[in-house]
Design a protein around this ligand. Structure first.
Ligand SMILES: [Cu+2]
Length: 440
């Protein structure tokens, strides 16, 4: 069992306290209801949110990111109404209605156990207080955990800050050898959730160039309970080979509800390229790229020369090109052991009760299925929802203790033709759009 017995014991005691506190609260609060100030709403309204739930950051390179956040009792951090506004754009450009984790599925190699950390192992309840030092230069927001087991449901658990990411670009110009270069800046939004012996960092990185990178990092401690030297399915940790940490997978799912330019009627396209040997008369191999319009629900697989994009139904950039966001998968080890982990990408028609990639707790109707693979059943895509599955097979090593270094998994979505040029283009180079001719 992957249970941190200390945490469990503490948690159980805390539940007792909560009940007592609730009882006391009920008595104390028995006065006239009108005398009680209204509590802040737990979730923001569809289009707006109150200041406490708003994240707005103008990066020093000129791009502003705006979004609302809320905290879900199972999914943890949910980001909504995400938009950005690069310098020179008159309006904010909406990207996503909603972005959140869709599951973290953890099967152990020995077949003894598997966990669905979000729906079955209290991921959201395990929100951790952050030390001030772990959110340098930023703000730690207080999160009220719904149905909290703890006496105080408020956790200083949401960090929003900015970070440099190195060169955003570099170019030596043709006039006086001037070097154009700038350091890229990101808005970083993250939480830490303890699950058993592990701590998961859920990180969202909003870059000034419009790219969004989402990662889950696993740290904390190797599961003390999951050692076995007998079955050959682990790696020896500690002196000799008397104990082997059981290998396992972390299959992380993200659920993205796109709304490019504010519309959910996005189109999905898949691109594939094939490379052919040179034919007679050709000097080099040729590469041909084809587009496939994805009009029905999709269970897709990453491979070399394949990529997908979400295309705006309404918006065009200043060059008249349809705005879109490309899906950029990260490194993954696809786990073939379960129906819902067999594919890298699922695109489903929006359904408000389809929220978790496996063991979906909502009642979506008779025969609706409990996992994302079952929701891919041929519906036309008029409001596509993207599910990304990124797997990591964790064979422990001596260096995993103690604490365990963070191991990351995730992916990005990157703007493609959202703006007519690089949103960070310096004013002097603004004329160099398209097939420009050098000035001399
Ligand atoms: Cu692991």
């Amino acid at each position: 069992m992957r249970v941190n017995s200390n945490t469990r014991a503490r948690t159980r005691a805390a539940v007792g306290l909560t009940v007592a506190a609730l009882a006391a609260g009920a008595t104390a609060g028995a006065g006239p209801a009108t005398a009680q100030p209204k509590a802040a709403p737990a979730a923001p309204a569809a289009a707006e949110c109150s200041t406490a739930y708003r994240i707005e950051q103008k990066l020093s390179t000129g791009t502003t990111w705006r979004m609302c956040w809320r905290y879900d009792g199972k999914a943890g951090l949910v980001l909504e109404n995400i938009s950005y506004q690069p310098k020179g754009e008159p309006k904010q450009i909406k990207v996503l209605n909603s972005a959140r984790l869709g599951q973290i599925h953890v099967p152990y190699d020995d077949g003894n156990i598997e966990y669905d950390d979000l729906t079955g192992f209290d991921f959201a309840q395990g929100l951790m207080n952050l030390a001030p030092g772990e959110c340098p230069g930023g703000t730690i927001k207080t999160v009220k955990v719904p149905d909290s087991w703890n006496e105080d449901p408020n956790v200083k658990g949401l960090c929003t800050t900015t970070r440099s990411r190195g060169h955003a670009y570099r170019m030596q110009g043709d006039t006086a050898n001037k070097v154009f270069q700038t350091e890229g800046k990101d808005l970083l939004v993250y939480t830490v959730n303890q699950v058993g012996w592990y701590e998961y960092m859920t990180e969202w990185r909003f870059q000034d160039d419009g790219t969004i990178t989402m990662n889950v990092g696993a740290t904390g401690s190797l599961s003390w309970d999951d050692y076995d030297a007998g079955d050959g399915r682990g790696w020896p940790i500690g002196k000799g080979a008397s104990a082997k940490a059981t290998s396992h997978s972390h299959n992380a799912f993200w659920r993205l509800d796109f709304a490019l330019d504010g519309s959910t009627k996005n189109k999905v396209e898949q691109y594939d390229s094939t490379v052919s040997a040179p034919t007679r008369g050709q000097r080099a191999p040729t590469t041909k790229t084809t587009r496939t319009k994805v009009t029905k629900e999709l269970a897709g697989d990453s491979k070399a020369y394949r990529w997908w994009r979400m295309v705006s139904a309404t918006g065009k950039n200043k060059d008249g090109h349809a705005r879109s966001y490309e899906i950029v998968p990260g490194p993954t080890t696809k786990y073939p052991g379960r129906s819902y982990t067999k594919h890298d990408l699922y695109v489903t028609q929006y359904n408000k009760c389809e929220l978790f990639a496996s063991h979906n707790p909502g009642n979506c109707g008779a025969g609706a299925g409990k996992s994302v693979d079952e929701w891919v059943n041929g519906q036309a895509l008029t409001h596509p929802v993207v599910w990304m599955n990124i797997g990591f097979h964790h064979i422990a090593r001596d260096e995993d203790q103690q604490p365990m270094p963070v191991h990351w998994q995730g992916f990005s979505i990157a703007p493609r033709d959202v703006t007519a040029m690089n949103p960070l283009t310096p004013a002097e180079l603004g004329w160099q759009n398209g097939h420009w001719r050098p000035r001399s």
